[in-house]
Design a protein around this ligand. Structure first.
Ligand SMILES: Nc1nc2c(ncn2[C@@H]2O[C@H](COP(=O)(O)OP(=O)(O)OP(=O)(O)O)[C@@H](O)[C@H]2O)c(=O)[nH]1
Ligand SMILES: [Zn+2]
Length: 194
């Protein structure tokens, strides 16, 4: 396996103390993160969020998407449960990178939806590879999970990576007038369950 659990340390947050694992992907040279809390062993399903990088939403307070509020809600839910994993995967812009995501935003400013914009730029609607998430959970010895997502494709790809998704936990946070069209396209074209 090409994913290395390279370093770990305590990470106190506004919601409680996590352990941060810095993960190195030898194939792509990307650095991913797993935040864990509590004892992950045993048969009880582990609460998991698989979050794809969104610099604009996660760090820069953008209201074009729902990523920032989903990230905060996931950390809060894990802290409330006292046990869980947040995977932060460096798959900016559903896998097309920051520059292309901003190009896609410019096309959306001209009237395209998020899927049309990706396709206009020559990309699939969603260019992410979720097998990495399966590998990471296996490396953490997590086998049965409750997955916080609205995206059935995430559920299917995690299951095909050998992880049992016992429950899907809906993540409907951060709706606002700026992301209404984005969220309705996610529902209409990408299959998200709202
Ligand atoms: N290409 C592109 N990417 C976007 C756009 N808006 C947000 N993103 C990216 O979409 C991804 C959203 O990730 P997630 O929230 O983990 O995934 P999701 O498929 O929406 O599923 P949930 O688990 O329900 O949130 C991030 O990588 C964002 O950077 C957009 O308009 N175009
Ligand atoms: Zn976002």
């Amino acid at each position: 396996m090409s994913l290395i659990d390279a370093a770990k340390a305590k990470l106190p947050t506004a919601w409680g103390e996590f352990e941060i694992h810095a993960l190195e992907d030898e194939e792509t040279q990307k650095e991913h993160v797993a935040l864990t809390m509590g004892d992950l062993t045993g048969d009880e399903p582990v609460l998991v969020r698989i979050h794809s990088e969104c610099l604009t939403g996660d760090a820069l307070f953008s209201m074009r998407c729902d990523c920032g509020p989903q990230l905060e809600a996931a950390l809060q839910k894990i802290a409330e449960a006292g046990r869980g994993v947040l995977l932060y995967l460096r798959q900016e812009g559903r896998g097309i990178g920051l520059v292309n995501k901003i190009r896609a935003y410019a096309l959306q400013d001209q009237g395209m939806d998020t899927v049309e914009a990706n396709e206009k730029l020559g990309f699939a609607a969603d260019a992410r590879d979720f097998s990495l998430a399966g590998k990471t959970l296996q490396a953490l010895n997590v086998k049965t999970i409750k997955l916080m997502t609205n995206n059935p494709r995430k559920v299917a790809s995690i299951e095909s990576a050998g992880i049992t998704v016992e429950e899907r936990v809906p993540m409907q946070y951060g709706k606002n007038p700026h992301n209404e069209k984005y969220l309705s396209t996610k529902h209409g074209k990408l299959g998200h369950l709202f």
